[in-house]
Structures are given as C-alpha cells and as structure tokens.
Design a protein around this ligand. Structure first.
Ligand SMILES: Nc1nc2c(ncn2[C@@H]2O[C@H](COP(=O)(O)OP(=O)(O)O)[C@@H](O)[C@H]2O)c(=O)[nH]1
Ligand SMILES: [Mg+2]
Length: 261
C-alpha cells in the first residue's frame, strides 16, 4: 500500500524515553503488525485471559473509524470505559511514533478513570512491515504477522519483525491451506531476531493466546513487586494478589475464552 509521505522513518531519532518508564505507571505494550494479521483478535483473547488477574485498558488506533474499539466492546472483553479509540486521521505510524499526543491523552484520561491500571495495550494497524513505536509511548512492542501473509515474511525482516520484544506468528491453522512452512518461518524469525522471543499461535483455538498471555503475565508479575503500595499489585475478584508460581512465574489455570469467528 502506498503512502503520501517520504519513508524516512528509520532515519528519525527516537524521542527521549519518557519518565513514565520507571514502573510507577501501567505496563504499556504496543501491538502492531499488518492489517488483518489478528491484532484485535489477540487483544480480545489476552484480555479475556488476564482481566481477572490484572487491571487492563486498551487504546486502539484507526485512521478514520473506531472499528477495533467497537469490536472489542461488542465482544465485551472489558468494561466499555477501558476501551478507547484514537482516530488518527493520518498514517497510523505517525500517531504512535512521531506525535503521540493523542495516544498519551487517551492513556492519561484512562488512568484518571482507572488509577489501578496494570496494563495498557495499544493497537496500531500499520499497513506494512515498517511500524515502530515511540519509546515515550510504550514499554514493549509486540509485532503480529500471520502465516497467510507468506512464509517468506519473517526472512524479509524489517523493524517490527526483527526488533520487536515479541514476534507473534498468528493463524498457524491456515498453514496447510496457503502452503506456508511453519518451521521455516520459525527458523527465519529466530535468525533475524537474534534469538528474540517468537511465538507461533492460532487464535481460533480456545487457548490460542495462552503463550502470549503468559509472556505478558511474567512481565506484569515481575513489575508488580517493585510498584508503590496501593496500586499495581494485581488483585483477583476477591481482592487478594493472584497466585503465581514463584519458581517458574507460570500462570495458574485460567478460563481461556473462545474467539468469536
Ligand atoms: N483462521 C484464523 N483466523 C484468524 C486468526 N486470528 C484472527 N483471525 C481472523 O482474521 C481476521 C482479522 O483479524 P483482526 O484481529 O481484525 O486483525 P487486525 O487487523 O490485525 O486487527 C478476522 O476475521 C479474525 O477473525 C487465526 O488464528 N486463525
Ligand atoms: Mg484491528
């Protein structure tokens, strides 16, 4: 897909790291990747898996519509006021990297309503492989590819594929139908990412987001011990901290929600 601006993203200096990265605010995670790769489906599944353990908010970026947020609300993955849509009105890359004001405003507004937030997921539908995030906006970047996009995509690299904190290769269920070689995708991903975390998933299965949820849960659990009293420590419905296996950091069994077709 074409843009009407020069592609000089990689040359631009990243903004200074914001002082919010000290653990006193919610963990902020950007979910990026090509349109249709399954970002909204992943967010819905992760919220369904983790919302009883952690206080979660979602901020979606669409160019002209609020469709992603509307879908998450329709799926009732979180209370409506925990899902906020930013209408970027421009290339989505810009709103999460170059001028993050609208996203920061949405984040701060949500934090006023829900001061106990542990995790805020930002979705941005980059229309190609070049999406990156401002470090002033997010602490971690997750990049979502799908196998139907071609099993050569991991090999081609790009900042999202090679530099994200977690690469999710989604829709493994479609591999037989599109002739995608999953082991090739995994091997290429490991090579271009220098061993960085990669997970192959299929969100049509009821526990398809389990590994991604564990990945996030481990980061949340390790932060919560450092956070100020009165906020940040995740609570269950009963108000006590959730049990996490101290030696492995593993989640206890969770009710994994089905993704709606
Ligand atoms: N077969 C299959 N379809 C999926 C999977 N994950 C998502 N989808 C579907 O792919 C389409 C695009 O997903 P969506 O989450 O909207 O993608 P986004 O544009 O990246 O947010 C939707 O119709 C989803 O139901 C998966 O693992 N397998
Ligand atoms: Mg989406």
């Amino acid at each position: 897909m074409s843009h009407d601006h020069p592609h000089d993203h990689l040359q631009q200096a990243r903004p200074a790291v914001a002082p919010t990265r000290d653990g006193s605010l919610p963990l902020r995670v950007g979910i990026g990747g090509p349109v249709g790769s399954g970002k909204t489906a992943l967010i819905a599944a992760v919220c369904a898996a983790l919302h009883r353990r952690w206080s979660i908010g979602v901020i979606t970026n669409d160019i002209y519509t609020t469709e992603d947020a509307d879908r998450l609300r329709a799926d009732a993955v979180l209370a409506d006021d925990r899902i906020v849509a930013v209408r970027t009105g421009c290339c989505p890359h810009t709103a999460v990297r170059d001028d993050v004001t609208a996203n920061r405003d949405a984040f701060e507004g949500m934090l006023e309503t829900h001061p106990d937030l542990d995790l805020v997921l930002f979705e941005s539908g980059g229309d190609n492989l070049t999406l990156t995030w401002s470090q002033a906006l997010v602490d971690h970047e997750v990049f979502v590819l799908d196998v139907a996009g071609g099993d050569d995509v991991p090999r081609k690299g790009g900042p999202g594929v090679s530099g994200s904190d977690l690469l999710v290769i989604n829709k493994t269920d479609l591999a037989p139908y599109v002739g995608a070689d999953l082991s090739l995708m995994a091997t290429d991903a490991a090579r271009v990412r220098g061993g960085g975390d990669t997970l192959l998933v299929s969100l049509v299965s009821s526990d398809g987001a389990r590994d991604v949820s564990r990945w996030l849960d481990r980061r949340l659990a390790s932060r919560s011990v450092d956070r100020a009293p009165g906020r940040g420590a995740a609570t269950t419905a009963g108000g006590s901290p959730p049990p996490v296996n101290a030696s492995t950091g593993d989640l206890p069994p969770l009710p994994w929600a089905e993704i709606r077709p």
